[in-house]
Design a protein around this ligand. Sequence first.
Ligand code: IDC
Length: 490
Amino acid sequence: MSRKLRNVLVAGAVSVLAAVSLAVAVGSASAATTPTATFTKVSEWGSGFEGRYTVTNGGTSTMNSWQVSFTLPAGTAVSSHWDAARSGSGQQVVFANLSWNGTIAPGASVVFGFIGTGSGSPTGCLLNGQPCAGGTQPSPSASTPRPPSPSASPSKPPSPSAAPSTPPSASPSTSPTANPGTPVAANGQLRVCGRQLCNKNGKAIQLRGMSTHGIQWYASCATAGSLDVLAQEWKADVLRISMYIQEDGYETDPRRFTDLVHNYIELATARGMYAIVDWHMLDPGDPNYNLARAKTFFAEIAQRHANKVNVLYEIANEPSEVSWSAIKSYADQVIPVIRQRDPEAVVLVGTPDWSSLSVSGDGNGVATITANPVTAGNLMYVFHFYAASHGNAYYNTFAQAVDTLPMFVTEFGTQQATGDGPNDFTNAQRYLDLMAAKKVSWTNWNFSDDFRSGAVFTTGTCATGQFSGTTRLKPAGTWIRDRIRTPDDF
Ligand code: IDC
């Protein structure tokens, strides 16, 4: 059976399971004339579940804050949550809005969620002290169990922005819905579940793909043709779009670079790949130096692509010579800008000392982050390594981190940290084996024809447009292509 067909069948089987899993829906947003909070079990896996509340303003005046409280039966508990502040004690759970999602216009909704342990469901739900089913005018279907509503599904509706917002140059020949069996069709909206990345059915998955080189230099290597090869021949799940801020990047022409990124997102989407928008800050190493730029950029990107399920936001490539608390402060300011517009997308945050989890610094990165995590949920921390430079100290820290924190390796090379020099495939394979075992997703540096050994194509390839096959690949390119092509376990 072909890999693609198998993916479709597996995805179909899993979504049937998800659809028959218990969905407890309280209230009917469409019928109520007052605010409602609707609960859905998005997925269940025996020992736990992902729960989601949709708070809908069914009234006629704007809501400025919201609080949802409920009771869980003994043996059921909340283990993690996102997009709400949690209080309450024992079996009594209270979730309230964060600073950025308290305002709900009439007719609009806000979603927050949590991972539950056990198998019970909430009861006695109150929204701002009133029954969640709709205050004084509960709808007739108030307590009738029903399947998850489309708005509560983890998959977003087909993107209305795909057609009108597509820059002409990106005009994809195929739409995402015309690509059944692609990674995005199989997995839909991703969410961080515990320390892992889960697909729309709540299954932990691993994505594997490539990072572009800096798009200010190597745009000719990331084209419709090369991305066809990446998606179809290499069978990549994900494209990282690397937009430098300095070094002739974004800061020189924000409009042009924002449009380039829009275009790459459309190209990845049309090929059924996930797209990581990489804010490639490098020097200066303090992400706060580019804070205002990052807010402007991510506001537009998140606004435009909010209806897509395949965009991940990497908000700081490699912080350096800066404390974790400064990085966290930056993340706590940029993430709300994204979440306000695209509430469900996974966000990736770089870690100290060139996304080494501080291995290149004080070495205490995992403990420091665990003690003072980024405020928002549904996010992962970033680790980068270069196999010919980064031996046991890096490996051991990473191995510790993957059991503790949600991790995503958005950059690694089989060579030295310069992206050049001899390959150490043995050490690289050690990292890849760990990432496969733990289902840690990765993108490799880089999909270009730069002269360095870490650029997959031989110099001059991009100008020819001949990306297919293996004849134009450097050793690192052949090696990584084989490891991306391996069948996925979606
Ligand atoms: C390198 C490129 C090189 C470019 C340089 C610019 O390979 O062509 O001149 O950036 O700063 C990273 C960075 C990534 C580096 C890469 C290899 O995120 O930008 O690319 N690397 O040095 N961190 C560790 C290694």
